[in-house]
Design a protein around this ligand. Sequence first.
Ligand code: GTP
Ligand code: IMP
Ligand code: MG
Length: 338
Amino acid sequence: MPVTVVVGGFFGDEGKGKLISHLVQKDVEIVARGGVGPNAGHTVVVGNKTYKLRMVPSGFAGENVEKLLIGPGVLINPEVMIKEMKVTESESKLFCDYNCGIISEEHIKRDNSDVHLTSTVGTSGSGTGPANEDRVKRKLALAKDLPELANYLIDVPLELHKAMKDDRSILLEGTQATHLSLWHGTYPHVTSKDITASAICSDVGIGPTCVDEVIVVFKAFVTRVGSLKAEKMQNELSEEETKRRGWQEYGTVTQRIRRAAPFNLELARRSIMLNGATKIAITKLDILFPDVKHQNSFSNLSIEAKNWISQKENQLGMKFSWIGTGPADSDIIDLTNV
Ligand code: GTP
Ligand code: IMP
Ligand code: MG
C-alpha cells in the first residue's frame, strides 16, 4: 500500500474515519489529511473509545504511524486542532503545513449570519466557506503567521516526497465527499472546494503519477445533511420512514438529522468515474441486515446480505474490498486478500 487515497462516494459521512482506522492497523507509516477543514466530522472508534475528529487525521491510532500531516490545502481552526491533538495524544506526531489557511472567529460569524450560506447552502457553520473566500482574495492568514502553531509547522509536500523516496507507506485522507464537490456536486448545495481524489492529492502536494490506489467509500444507504432547500435525493425517505428503518443519523459536527435514501447506483457509478477508483468499500451493511453485525468473514453472512452485495457489485462492475459491519475499527470484513 505505497500511496493510497481514501475519499467519500456520496455526500459525506460514509464512514471514511472508520475505514481509515482499520487501514492504519496494517503497515501505514505516514498519514496526511486533505479536504476542506473542520467542517468534517469523522467518527473513529478504537477499542471502547469514540473520537469525533474535525482536524486530526483519522489514522492517528495506527501502531506504525509516525507522522500525521495536514496539507496546505486544508483550513485550520487552531483551537480545534490543539484540543484534538491533546485528546488523541498525538502531540509528537501531528504537523500542519506552513501554508494552511487559518479560520478566525470572524469567518465563523460570517458563515452563521449570511442568509445564503445558512439557508440555501446549509453550511456546517465552521467558517470554512468564508475562509476559502478570503484565501481566493489572497488575504487569509496562514499557519506560518501564528506563533501558537510554530512548533507544529512542517513542509508537508516535501515530507511526503521524502517518504515516497524511502518507499514508506502513505495514506491520504479525504473529507466530505464527491457529490459535495464545488465542481462536480449538486451546486449550490455543496462545500467550498473540490474534494475528489485529485483535489485531495493537490491539497497535500502529491502529483497524479505518484498515487497507487484510490479507495472510494460508500455507505449501504445515502445520507446528506445541510440545506432543506437542496433538491430531494432520489427515493428520499421521510423522517418517519428513516427512523422506522433504523437509518437515522445525526451530524457529527452540527448534530443535524441526516436525510436518508436507498443506495444510489447512479451516484456511485459517477463517483467511481470522477475519482478513478481502484478499490471500493461499503459501510453499514449491518444496518440493512442485522445478522451482519460484528462479522469479520463474508462466508458468515446471510444469503440475503450476500445477494445484496453481489447485485451491487454486478451493477457497479467492481467488487467491494471492505464491508463495514459495525462502528468499531474491528467491525469489518477485509476482502483484499481473497
Ligand atoms: P465526513 O468526513 O464528515 O464525511 O465523515 P465520515 O465519512 O468519517 O463519517 P462519520 O464518522 O461522520 O459518519 C459515519 C457514522 O457511521 C459514524 O457514526 C460511524 O461510527 C458509523 N459507522 C461507520 N461504519 C459503520 C458500519 O459499518 N456500521 C455501523 N453500524 N456504523 C458505522
Ligand atoms: P460547508 O462545507 O460547511 O460550507 O457546508 C456546505 C455543505 O456541505 C452543507 O450541506 C454541509 O452540510 C455539507 N458538508 C460539509 N462537510 C461535510 C461533511 O464532512 N459531512 C457531511 N456533509 C458535509
Ligand atoms: Mg462526518
